[in-house]
Design a protein around this ligand. Structure first.
Ligand SMILES: NC(=O)c1ccc[n+]([C@@H]2O[C@H](COP(=O)([O-])OP(=O)(O)OC[C@H]3O[C@@H](n4cnc5c(N)ncnc54)[C@H](O)[C@@H]3O)[C@@H](O)[C@H]2O)c1
Ligand SMILES: [Zn+2]
Ligand SMILES: [Zn+2]
Length: 373
């Protein structure tokens, strides 16, 4: 079939919305009609050429939500009409990691996915017979996408898809960091560094876990106001004195749980140092630049602080994204404040500009309308 898609032709250049070809799903694959897709920093980072593992031409986009149109041979997990959220972090359910409750890092399709291929090593996307690669195994800046069935979470049909798409990436990453990686205990004190969508999700996750005190640290007053809306009990402008302030607020001990959601290694260090002696757990969700390292004074670890990394919030996508969407439907997660702009696919580059200007948290592309709503 032919469809419109935003193609990364050349690094550092705007994406080009154009007609491309999409082949029908092969065995184990599913054709999805996209309804909505978030525009994320990761798309912009790859488009800029700064990501050393990027490739072109490719159809970008990885925060998609839509409806299953058709299924390939042997697909058992989904059927046409199902509402789905795309998973750049899939869940095969069978590999040694999927069988362990300790991690969400599915091993099934990693290598081909990193090359921009579907699991059989080929692409369904092409133009004039030349293959176009699938970004993050998702390629959702397009009217349709073909994905492996293990890379789709089947969510409630009651969830509006332009809200559900937020659960495809950073919102679940933040929520999951608190709920599944750190497993925050009721009554705890938590500090979240960064109030982008990951940090705001972590604030909401701490609240859902019953934390008593949730401190959010950012450089932007506007973002800290959003953090208060998600359940932060205290907010703070970040700086060199942040750790001292946290220690002051906690009787000199530090917080039970800290979360880092900035990607800045100096802030990661602060998050470790703000964690409580004895049992403080620092969860690092931010992605640092290639080659950067995190400095930790070993004594902090000997005296009982722990550090954990969290990819996609430790969320096992097919099982737990639907659960998070259900909590949204139950009124436990307020996603409205995250959506700042509605765009048509043709305006995808404007989504990047808005992100660069830190204007709002998320732009959402709508595929069923020709213009912004
Ligand atoms: N672990 C994962 O699976 C995963 C998934 C998605 C994103 N991420 C990473 O999470 C991080 C956050 O993503 P985001 O979308 O929320 O980013 P964002 O850029 O929207 O937010 C980062 C926030 O950090 C704040 N900040 C900057 N310096 C600070 C300081 N010194 N103290 C406190 N706050 C400071 C900024 O003001 C900004 O609001 C990024 O590094 C991103 O790459 C990780
Ligand atoms: Zn993303
Ligand atoms: Zn697996």
């Amino acid at each position: 079939m032919r469809m419109r898609a935003a193609v990364l032709e050349e690094f550092g250049q705007p994406l080009e919305v154009q007609e491309v070809d999409l082949e029908a799903p092969h065995a184990g694959e599913v054709l999805v009609r996209l309804v909505a897709c978030g525009v994320c920093h990761t798309d912009m980072y790859t488009a800029s050429g700064a990501d050393p593992s990027g490739y072109a031409p490719a159809v970008l986009g990885h925060e998609g939500a839509g409806v299953v149109e058709a299924i390939g041979e042997g697909v058992t997990l989904l059927e046409p009409g199902d509402h789905v959220v795309t998973l750049f972090s899939p869940q095969c359910g069978e590999c040694v990691h999927c069988r362990s409750p300790k991690t969400n890092l599915c091993l099934a399709i990693r290598e081909e996915q990193n090359r921009g291929h579907l699991p059989d090593g080929t692409t369904r996307l092409s133009r004039g017979g030349e293959p176009i690669r699938h970004f993050m195994g998702t390629s959702t800046f397009a009217e349709y996408a073909v994905l492996p069935e293990i890379a789709l979470a089947s969510v409630s049909r009651e969830a509006p898809l332009d809200r559900a798409c937020l659960f495809a990436c950073r919102l679940s990453t933040g929520l999951g960091a608190a709920m599944f990686t750190a497993r925050v205990e009721p009554g705890s004190t938590c500090v979240v560094f960064g109030a982008g969508m990951v940090g705001l999700g972590a604030v909401a996750g701490c609240r859902l876990q019953g934390a008593e005190r949730i401190v959010c640290v950012d450089l932007s007053e506007e973002r800290l106001a959003l953090a208060s809306g998600q359940g932060a009990t205290d907010v703070m402008i970040g700086g060199p004195d942040t750790v001292a302030h946290v220690l002051e607020m906690t009787g000199g001990f530090g917080a039970d749980y800290t979360f880092e959601a900035t990607g800045i290694v100096a802030v990661m260090r602060q998050a470790v140092e703000a964690a409580r002696m004895g049992w403080g757990l620092c969860t690092v969700a931010g992605v640092a630049g290639k080659g950067e390292t995190l400095d930790i004074v070993p004594r902090l670890l000997i005296t009982g602080r722990r550090v954990a990394g969290s990819s996609f919030g430790g969320v096992k996508g097919r099982d737990q994204v639907p659960q998070l969407v259900d909590r949204y439907l139950a009124g436990d997660i307020d996603v409205e404040p995250f959506i700042s702009h509605h765009l048509a696919l043709e305006e995808v580059n404007r989504g990047f500009e808005l992100m660069e200007a830190q204007d709002g948290i998320r732009s959402v592309i709508h595929f069923d309308t020709q213009g912004a709503t």
